[in-house]
Design a protein around this ligand. Structure first.
Ligand code: DX5
Ligand code: ZN
Length: 224
């Protein structure tokens, strides 16, 4: 599978969001990652469906919604109506993750499940044949700029092995949290396909284009 770089707009300059989104689009972003936090599931608050709608007006790139909220089902239709392409739901946020994934698909969007660092892959294994994506959190969710948890590399590796052993499981593996030029290679080697990066892309000194190119090259090289 090809490498995709997904800038997380949580680290963009909120007062200049349109400027930053246009710049990341032009710099080669493959997909935009939008974090929705409710202040309950995680100790922070962020974007709502209206931000998804605004993003849809300024970019044609796919929009991935990372839902970090209690009761995610209530927001599935609103974000898809607003222009989401993929909806990613935490396994820990709902008692009926299978139903939530089904709901996303029933509205015609791509569906993905998210696992926190402490959640075993076994919890979501039954979803493998029906999901398009699985997001492995490589930090505890809630904030940008945290440090990559080293043990997660083995988890990605195990997930990739599971994917290879089942013929009908062809989801993409995504990683989110602490992804930068030091950590991306090990994730790519372990089997990740989509790389979310927030603070590394938006808070760095070098231009966005160079940063995207740099991490993309590292990931491509590690996958060979
Ligand atoms: C954290 C969010 C991430 C965040 C990543 O809970 O899900 O998408 O923006 O930020 P960095 O890349 O700075 O770790
Ligand atoms: Zn995220």
């Amino acid at each position: 599978m090809t490498v995709k770089i997904a800038p997380s707009i949580l680290s963009a300059d909120i007062m200049n969001l349109e400027r930053d989104v246009r710049a990341a689009d032009k710099a080669g972003a493959d997909v935009f990652h939008i974090d929705m936090m409710d202040g309950n599931f995680v100790p922070n608050m962020s974007f709502s469906p209206s931000v998804v709608e605004g993003m849809r007006r300024v970019t044609d790139k796919p929009l991935d919604i990372h839902m970090m909220m209690e009761n995610p089902d209530a927001y599935i239709k609103p974000v898809i109506d607003a222009g989401a392409d993929t909806v990613l739901i935490h396994a820990e946020s709902t008692q009926h993750i299978y139903r939530s994934i089904d709901l996303v698909k029933s509205y015609g969007a791509r569906a993905g499940v998210v696992v926190n660092p402490g959640t075993p892959l076994e919890t979501v294994k039954e979803l493998f044949p029906i999901i398009d994506q699985i997001l492995v959190m490589t930090v505890n969710p809630g904030f940008g700029g945290q440090k990559f948890i080293p043990g997660m590399t083995k988890k990605i590796q195990r997930l990739d092995q599971l994917r290879q052993t089942a013929a009908d499981d062809n989801f993409e593996i995504e990683v989110d949290g602490g992804i930068n030029a030091d950590t991306i290679s090990q994730c790519a080697r372990a089997g990740a396909d989509i790389f979310v990066a927030g603070s590394y892309l938006f808070n760095g000194e070098a231009g966005l284009e160079k940063r995207i190119d740099d991490i993309r090259s590292l990931a491509v090289e590690a996958k060979q």
